[in-house]
Design a protein around this ligand. Structure first.
Ligand code: C2E
Ligand code: CA
Ligand code: CA
Length: 392
């Protein structure tokens, strides 16, 4: 059984957090149990003669204990742990195999959201092995030129015209075909490969956008891992090498960038903003959506997550949330974009609520770079036809 918590490390406070966790674990265990620290913030617990449900209950109990807020040096600290459980002899007879499978179960519980415990199951091994394979392959994919960027249009609701395209990364895997970014981006973030890949996306997207009409911009997703002190320089380099005007570039970040709570990321964001580049907060409404993040940085735009527009939460509650988010954004001087607009009804609802921009399959899915100019003509002409029909 292994536990993972996420305290700051290499730091006196981090050490105290680890000591606290160790003490909490010991308090939950019997004298015959064995507990040891097996990595930076990982602990292993071994208990004999226990059933699987009891082992899982013990793991849940320890997660709850670790999750209880406590005080260190006047700071109230709260940490979340995850746990993976493996049983002997079913999952392995030697320690190495047992640890490996507990670790695989730990991965699965982290995937399910922190603060949970999972029992090892064989199906988890397949997911784990695929992920391990992707880890090594994603590192080589950039040099092997297996990546491609597609572009999805964003429409200004008032005029019906294309105002921007979002750059969406595609991986043409030689054996597995297209691998979804939802699967490989987290892997590339974990290994750090996203930094080089992300640089390439920024450069390539700016070069492409420089060939589009001057009133059409480009939005690029930037991961939290890319927030290094050199990021503003890289962005400035991509702009000057492509000749793209800075006002046509938009960077999309998620709350995770601000959640780290580091002043460094905030300073980097301000530097990017001072280049004249626009910055939007992506997937708003998922994650923590803490309003304090909106206070920490002056975003140009909020993108409402598609689960509120076309997802299963198409309920009256979701509509109330969307209405409030649009009002909130506007009162803070931000534009608001609705993601995942799939039907005319959804678009009309957004128009009535005063939403500024819309993106989704109703207009187009993402298209390869060489189809962008044609798509602009088609969508803009469609809106002109709509306007003249309204006049007639
Ligand atoms: P995202 O930033 O929220 O991107 C929008 C996703 O919604 C895209 O999925 C897009 O294809 C999909 N989508 C657009 N319109 C609709 C619609 O009407 N209905 C539905 N159901 N889906 C729609 P995609 O391309 O699979 O990308 C998934 C995620 O991968 C992105 O979510 C983004 O977080 C990440 N990603 C993609 N490209 C990059 C990149 O270059 N860098 C980084 N860091 N992340 C990227
Ligand atoms: Ca995005
Ligand atoms: Ca999004």
């Amino acid at each position: 059984m292994s536990h993972q918590a996420g305290p700051p490390q290499g730091h006196p406070v981090g050490d105290k957090v680890l000591m606290h966790v160790a003490a909490v674990l010991k308090s939950a265990l019997d004298v015959s149990d064995q507990v040891s620290r097996i990595g930076g913030d990982e602990f292993a617990v071994m208990r004999r003669n226990v059933t699987a449900p009891d082992a899982l209950a013990l793991a849940d109990h320890m997660i709850a204990l670790i999750g209880t807020p406590f005080e260190i040096e006047g700071l109230l600290v709260s940490i979340q742990a995850s746990a993976g459980v493996a049983m002997s002899p079913k999952d392995g007879v030697d320690t190495e195999q047992l640890f490996k499978r507990a670790d695989i179960a730990l991965y699965a519980s982290k995937d399910a959201g922190k603060g949970t415990a999972r029992l090892f199951a064989t199906a988890m091994e397949d997911v784990f092995l695929r992920r391990e394979r992707l880890k090594s392959e994603v590192a080589k994919a950039l040099d092997a030129q297996e990546f491609e960027i597609e572009y999805q249009p964003v429409i200004e609701i008032a005029t019906g015209r294309v105002c921007r395209f979002e750059a969406l990364l595609r991986w043409n895997h030689p054996a597995s075909g297209r691998v979804s970014p939802a699967e490989f981006i987290p892997v590339a973030e974990e290994t750090g490969a996203i930094v080089a890949i992300g640089d390439w996306v920024i450069r390539k997207a700016c070069l492409a956008a420089a060939t589009w009409p001057g009133d059409v911009g480009v939005a690029v997703n930037v991961s939290v891992r890319q927030f290094e002190p050199t990021l503003p320089l890289k962005i400035a380099g991509a702009l000057s090498d492509s000749g793209l005007n800075e006002s046509r570039l938009e960077i999309e970040i998620t709350e995770s960038v601000l959640m780290q709570g580091s002043d460094e990321s905030l300073a980097i964001l301000h530097q990017i903003r001072s280049l004249g580049v626009r910055i939007s907060l992506d997937d708003f409404g998922t994650g923590y959506s803490s309003l304090s993040y909106l206070q920490r940085f002056p975003f140009h735009k909020l993108k409402i997550d598609r689960s509120f527009i076309s997802g299963t939460i198409g309920t009256s509650e979701a509509r109330a949330i969307v209405r409030s988010v649009i009002q909130l954004g506007h009162s803070l001087g931000m534009k608001v974009t609705a993601e995942g607009v799939e039907t005319v009804e959804q678009l009309e609802r957004m128009r009535v609520k005063g939403c500024d921009e819309a993106q989704g399959f109703l207009f187009s899915a993402s298209v390869p770079s060489d189809e962008v100019n044609h798509l602009i003509l088609r969508l803009n002409n469609g809106c002109a036809a709509g306007a003249s029909a309204a006049h007639a």
